[in-house]
Structures are given as structure tokens and as C-alpha cells.
Write a new protein. Sequence first.
Length: 116
Amino acid sequence: MLTIENCPRLDIKSIKPQIASKPGCSSVHVDLNATAGLMGFDLRVLRDQATFGERILLACPSCGKKRRHLYFHDGQLACRVCQHVGYPAWTWPDSSWRTRVGRPVSRAWRRRVRSK
């Protein structure tokens, strides 16, 4: 299983200076070094109004949703959901994550569904 630890990630913070230099831009070109060589991607830039100003996010090339991180795998750049990238805690058998979060949430969900 791919995890966030072993999958290269593009963070919005790493390209924010490039976006800030062009105030009205709606897309940005990013070059990534991969094992196959230099690969270029044109990414849409999405801007949200926040109480403190403006929030800059990237659009996932696959699903189009707003994301802060995009992951590179098999020559494609996409969000965690589209690339099927998980967290290491999800793979641990009887992990503390499963006992503290996973099982109680699923139990609560089952109780909620049954009561309707």
C-alpha cells in the first residue's frame, strides 16, 4: 500500500512564491524530477476568500477538488484520494489508531444507522 511516507508530494507551500509573483494567475507550471526524467505539469490555482485574506489551493488534475498536497506516482500527479495513498497507521494490525478512532467511529456509525 502506498503511504504518505513513501510517495513524493508536491506541497502548495513549495510553489506559493511562484504563484505570489503573478497575482491574477489561474494556473501554474511545475517541473518535477522523476526517475523517467523531468516532467512538467500545468496545475489550476484556486483562490478562496478567508477571514484573514486569501487562501491559495491547487486543483487535483484528476478530480478537480481543492487540495494543499498533490502526490506523484506512476507518472501522474493527483490528490491522495485519487492516487490511493494512505496513512501508515491504517496498515498496522490492531494499531492504536484502529482501537481509538477506527472501531469507535464504525460502532457509532452502525448505531446511528440502526436507530433511523
